[in-house]
Design a protein around this ligand. Structure first.
Ligand code: ACM
Length: 263
């Protein structure tokens, strides 16, 4: 069993100092969990005016230190954490997720499928898809709009993911339909932690949720409130991929019929 805490919050656009302090306060209240999952771009906010704006925010020391802060926090408090964050590598920006562990290890994911104005701010992810160890379980990471692209969810299933964590800044209702389907189709849990609030002309949908391997929503939050949602999940259940007595969601695939997908 893995106890998950989803922290649904409203970051302040561009104010990494305020966001880090709010995140620390929520983390302190989540320590009953094994795994804590925060939204996309939790430390920076989302709706940047343009790339220069995002670059300025990413260049501030509070933003740069975020991953170190989480790394130390996970070690000191014996907890696993996943958070979306604004990543800057030299003069390139990525919309990324970091995974930090009690043992001081970390894993990174860079959002592969960029949404609307993100295309003029971030480079698309270039480090592929990995599955990370968390206790006895395997965890994949995706970010928000990645929900629409079944290929990457399947790759994570084929790599052995028992669950996928999915930090988000959802703006439409599409993910509430697509994510349960990806859970069912791949036979694993999905933990979608979304944000709340409004930035300029964008209002975020909140309603963070968790789905099980049958696509059932087993836990959900409301649209507007910041808060923490604790849910117990059983990732080993994801290892039984039988969907009927005679059908296995991975073994019944026919890759020899799918070659058009590679175009
Ligand atoms: C999104 O990818 N933030 C909608």
């Amino acid at each position: 069993m893995l106890k998950v805490a989803q922290i649904q919050l409203e970051p302040l656009l561009g104010d990494c100092r305020a966001n880090n302090s709010k995140i620390k306060s929520f983390l302190d209240q989540s320590l009953d969990a094994d795994l804590i999952v925060l939204p996309e771009l939790a430390n920076s906010g989302y709706n940047f005016t343009d790339r220069d704006h995002a670059f300025d925010v990413a260049s501030g020391s509070e933003c740069i230190n975020y991953v170190n802060f989480l790394t130390e926090y996970a070690q000191e408090n014996n907890v696993y954490i996943v958070s979306g964050y604004l990543e800057k590598v030299k003069d390139i920006l990525y919309n990324s997720s970091i995974f930090v562990t009690p043992g001081g290890d970390s894993g990174n994911y860079r959002k592969i499928h960029l949404f609307m104005d993100e295309k003029s701010i971030f480079e698309p992810g270039n480090i592929g898809l990995s599955v990370f160890d968390i206790k006895d379980y395997k965890m994949g990471m995706l970010i928000c709009f990645d929900y629409l692209f079944p290929e990457i969810w399947r790759i994570l299933a084929l790599k052995g993911a028992d669950m996928v964590v999915h930090p988000s800044n959802l703006i439409t209702d599409n993910a509430y339909k697509a994510v349960p389907a990806q859970s069912l189709i791949n036979g694993y849990y999905v933990i979608t932690t979304n944000r709340t609030g409004t930035e300029g002309d964008i209002t975020f949908c909140g309603k963070s949720f968790i789905t099980d391997k049958r696509g059932n929503v087993i836990s959900s939050m409301n649209q507007f409130d910041e808060g923490i949602n604790f849910t117990e999940i059983y990732p080993l259940l994801s290892r039984n991929k039988m969907i009927t007595a005679g059908n296995h969601v991975l073994a019944d695939r026919r890759p020899e019929c799918y070659s058009d997908l590679c175009d």
